[in-house]
Design a protein around this ligand. Structure first.
Ligand SMILES: [Zn+2]
Length: 159
């Protein structure tokens, strides 16, 4: 159960995911929060242009590397609508960011995509802790499952 503060950041992630979907991108959104609770940066998925590395978690890791000290990174939390993929988990760990709080898990997303008949992507659907074992992780949070499921259902709705 997320506390009220965590839920507020996760709800912002879901809003960003909805913005991404409305713009033709995949529905994922993420927020980087400092240890004092201030929002440092946020982004959404931007893969529609053809670059499938444009995940928000990857963008936030790069933003953190450019803009935060190692100490600031270590105490910053990434909230995200969907659990980091292996690429983003690695980026998160390499730049030394702190905890990850995600709303929906990779396991959930994989099951949904299978349900929708979507072929698996080119990267293994591994959980964060298989890639970045020292990063504190929490999620999934069932309070948000239905909304996130609906966004992915919309993306893969048959024409
Ligand atoms: Zn990713």
């Amino acid at each position: 159960m997320p506390n009220a503060t965590e839920l507020r950041y996760l709800e912002r992630c879901v809003e960003l995911a909805a913005e991404a979907l409305a713009a033709g991108d995949e529905p994922f959104g993420s927020v980087l929060v400092a240890d004092d609770g201030s929002v440092l940066a946020e982004d959404r998925n931007r893969v529609a242009g053809g670059d499938h590395t444009r995940h928000p978690e990857f963008e936030l890791a790069r933003w953190a590397a450019e803009n935060l000290s190692p100490a600031e990174r270590a105490t910053a939390t990434v909230y995200t609508s969907g659990e980091h993929c292996p690429m983003c988990s690695a980026a998160h760990a390499w730049v030394g960011l702190g905890p990850i709080v995600y709303a929906a898990s990779t396991e959930q997303l994989s099951a949904w995509l299978a349900e929708f008949g979507v072929a698996p992507g080119p990267v293994a659907a591994l959980p964060i802790q298989a890639i970045a074992p020292n990063v504190p992780v929490s999620g999934p949070f069932p309070e948000l499952t239905d909304r996130i499921y609906a966004l992915h259902r919309e993306l893969h709705r048959p024409a």
